[in-house]
Write a protein that binds this ligand. Structure first.
Ligand code: PSU
Ligand code: MN
Length: 337
């Protein structure tokens, strides 16, 4: 006699087998409008694991030259794990999946002169032949269309402070609701309203998972935000299984895998960072800074008020997320064999 649970897993195995079979049968097809770096194209053609990376973090998230150096080091960490990094940006109106080191250097030097590119900006920049550095939302859109389901970064955008009246809710959150890409990050910075950010992610149907056993949702510079994650997983293997269920089910929504900053790097930041965030928030209010400039303004002020200490923590956690993202991508590949 067939038990209910075994018939469920048989049905699921058929479903998984079919969808993987279909993918293998047709192979990966490059997007006709995208330019893939040779390294990324080879990996996708061979069905090898790839991790997407954003470029706003380079132009608007860190100062030059640390931005370029961090980007190079993060890519190297991913390669050392046996995974291919794909940094995504728009250059002269073309979507690039995987950048050369001179392209990263160019973006890093331009900094905020490059357009911070969320979903709404993509078609416009392409039509006008301009350059754009993609945010979490912009990178998710393009990674998904390029065939890359896993993306590592520092922190996601969220509901801003007083978001309930100014309606400043990052496009990252709605993108997570509509695009099946898993974003590996260190949570959301306390420049944001983290409680409302978690509420909004639930509204959007986004799975939010803290990796490593802690129940706390991390707040970027600190391992805990004071809010609990709606769910947890032990390790990259379990995260990969969750991603595969999301794929098999065809839910079409994104996932957040929140990795707390390593203990030693949290200690380095200290209470100074929170004081700097509070001061930066007050300055933004006094100056009336709004819209897409507020996040870069706050990031800059926090970096300079802590005299680079927050930047060191920032860089450390991005590298850690890259390591975890690569492990998740590897585990997903193994499970698909
Ligand atoms: N948070 C950071 N570093 C960053 C960003 C956020 O700690 O670089 C960037 C990311 O690209 C993110 C974007 O997607 O800011 C969110 O901007 P906004 O709040 O305007 O949606
Ligand atoms: Mn905004």
């Amino acid at each position: 006699p067939i038990s209910l649970s075994s018939s469920f897993s048989t049905a699921r195995a058929i479903l998984v087998g079919r969808s993987i079979g279909r993918r293998y049968q047709h192979g990966w097809t490059p997007h006709p409008h995208f330019i893939y770096s040779p390294e990324v194209k080879a990996a996708l053609e061979a069905d090898k694991p790839v991790v997407a990376l954003e470029s706003t973090i380079i132009t608007h998230g860190m100062p030059f030259p640390q931005n370029v150096q961090t980007s190079n080091e993060v890519e190297e960490i991913i390669r050392e794990a046996g995974v291919t990094p794909a940094t995504i940006a728009i250059l002269s109106g073309k979507v690039h999946i995987g950048l050369s080191s001179s392209e990263v250097q160019g973006l890093g030097q331009r900094g905020k002169a490059a357009t911070k590119t969320s979903r709404r900006d993509i078609s416009l920049l392409c039509a006008q032949g301009k350059d754009g550095a993609t945010t979490v939302s912009g990178t998710m859109v393009l990674a998904h269309r390029a065939g890359i389901p896993i993306f590592a970064t520092g922190g996601i955008g969220g509901v801003h402070r007083e978001g309930e009246s100014n309606m400043d809710v990052s496009a990252d959150l709605t993108e997570l609701g509509r695009t099946p890409v898993a974003v590996v990050c260190a949570g959301a910075k306390s420049i944001l309203d983290i409680g409302r950010t978690l509420e909004y992610l639930e509204t959007q149907g986004v799975s939010v998972v803290t990796v490593g056993g802690s129940k706390d949702f991390p707040a970027f510079f600190t391992r805990s935000s004071g809010f609990q994650s709606p769910s947890t997983c032990q390790d990259p293997e379990e995260a990969a299984k969750m991603i595969m269920e999301n794929e098999v089910m065809g839910l079409g929504s994104g996932m957040v895998f929140a990795v707390p900053i390593p203990q030693e790097d949290e200690a380095a930041g200290g209470g100074k960072v929170q004081a700097a965030i509070d001061q930066a928030l007050q300055e933004a209010k006094d100056k009336g800074i709004q819209g897409s400039s507020i996040t870069p303004f706050l990031l800059d002020r926090v970096t300079s008020l802590t005299k680079g200490e927050s930047l060191r923590a920032n860089i450390a956690l991005i590298k850690n997320n890259a390591r975890v993202g690569a492990s998740i991508a590897l585990a997903r590949s193994k499970n698909r064999q």
